[in-house]
Ligand binder design. Structure first.
Ligand code: KG4
Ligand code: ZN
Length: 337
């Protein structure tokens, strides 16, 4: 089975072709330059950039997967077209949906709407065989979700953030320290030269719930920089990062124990964080859990993960349609199929 997957939920315009769980192409056009001055994603600018790039990105994904092919060959090349239906920015999602729907309609191909978070939870399958049930920690710019996954389409969302997402906290701390956007990679890099024990930032563990909360931690960093203006940014970054990682790892391991998970999986942009990856492997191993994650390029937004979930949906015999019922949903939950 071959699927064209289109992803435009936030600030990456992405398209990919996946064939039976293998990536044939994966094209990602980032909008970092457009949003950099604002230290965050500006929805209107994101939609415009998607509009400008979507056709070229899809054409490149098809050319990479099937050299010498033309857009008119599409019905002979793929079995379905998939797109991110939500969650995400409404205007951004609409660009991907419109492109996918137009292609599906013109070429009489099935159209499949995919949940972005399911994409992040399953992207690991491109590189590892995952045992069920697993605990998925989905950590991105918009989400911090802890999910018990019993199989494709079988989820129990245990907890999520009550305020800032983990990636948002990284981005806000980076803005505070004037490190640029997106902040996560910059904080990750600078932390390597810092002392993670230099500042004892709070670990917002919220006992008795699987939820997270990172806004207090971000405020603690702000107060610290105001009180100690000469503190080394390297030490602040490393200490902040350690507090986020400790909190994420502690709760994820507790959930894995409680629900007798076979594996722990992380996905989403923050799963590219080098300290989070190392800590989860090390502390997971001590607790008897293998932690699995995609390579960094498949942690951040991409079309391949969307095509992969669409493939799982078709394998599960889910009906697809070219009709109009695929409204985008900016706050789409991870629903059971
Ligand atoms: O999944 P993603 O590409 O987009 C969303 O769906 O939000 O995640 C982007 C987020 C940003 O907040 C970015 O700062 C963060 O992931 N991020 C990182 C790292 N790389 C990306 N956070 C910490 N460490 C990293 N290495
Ligand atoms: Zn994402």
């Amino acid at each position: 089975m071959k699927i064209l997957g289109i992803e435009t939920s936030c600030d990456e315009t992405a398209a990919a072709v996946v064939s039976d769980g293998r990536i044939l192409s994966n094209v990602i056009s980032s909008q970092i330059e457009a949003h950099g001055h604002f230290y965050g994603v500006v929805p209107e600018l994101a939609s415009r950039a998607h509009q400008q790039k979507i056709s070229a990105v899809i054409a490149e994904a098809l050319r990479d997967a099937f050299p010498g092919s033309k857009m008119t060959d599409l019905p002979d090349l793929v079995d379905a077209v998939a797109f991110t239906q939500g969650p995400g920015l409404t205007g951004a999602l609409l660009v991907g949906k419109t492109a996918a729907r137009t292609l599906a309609w013109a070429h009489e191909l099935p159209l499949i709407g995919v949940n972005h978070l399911e994409g992040h939870a399953f992207a690991v399958e491109f590189v590892s065989k995952v045992e069920l049930p697993f605990i998925a920690l989905i950590v991105s710019g918009g989400h911090t979700d802890l999910v018990l996954v019993r199989g494709p389409g079988r989820y129990r969302v245990l907890g999520r953030t009550r305020d800032d997402a983990a990636g948002e906290a990284f981005d806000k701390v980076a803005k505070l320290l004037k490190l640029g956007f997106p902040g996560g990679p910059a904080v990750d890099r600078l932390s390597r030269q810092g002392d993670p024990q230099s500042v004892k930032f709070p670990r917002p563990l919220l006992p008795g719930t699987w939820d997270f909360s990172f806004s207090g931690l971000k405020t603690a960093v702000l107060y610290h920089t105001q009180r100690f203006p000469k503190a080394r940014p390297e030490d602040i970054c490393a200490s902040f990062q350690e507090a986020v990682v400790d909190t994420l790892v502690e709760k994820t391991l507790a959930a894995a124990r409680r629900f007798r998970a076979k594996n722990i999986v992380i996905g989403g942009g923050v799963a590219a964080n080098s300290r989070l990856r190392a800590a989860l492997v090390e502390r997971g191993m001590k607790a008897g859990f293998a932690a699995l994650f995609p390579p960094p390029a498949l942690c951040t937004d991409n079309g391949a993960m969307i095509a992969l979930v669409a493939e799982r949906r078709l394998e599960a015999g889910l009906k697809t349609s070219r009709s109009a019922r695929f409204a985008v949903d900016p706050s789409m939950p991870m629903r059971n199929w």
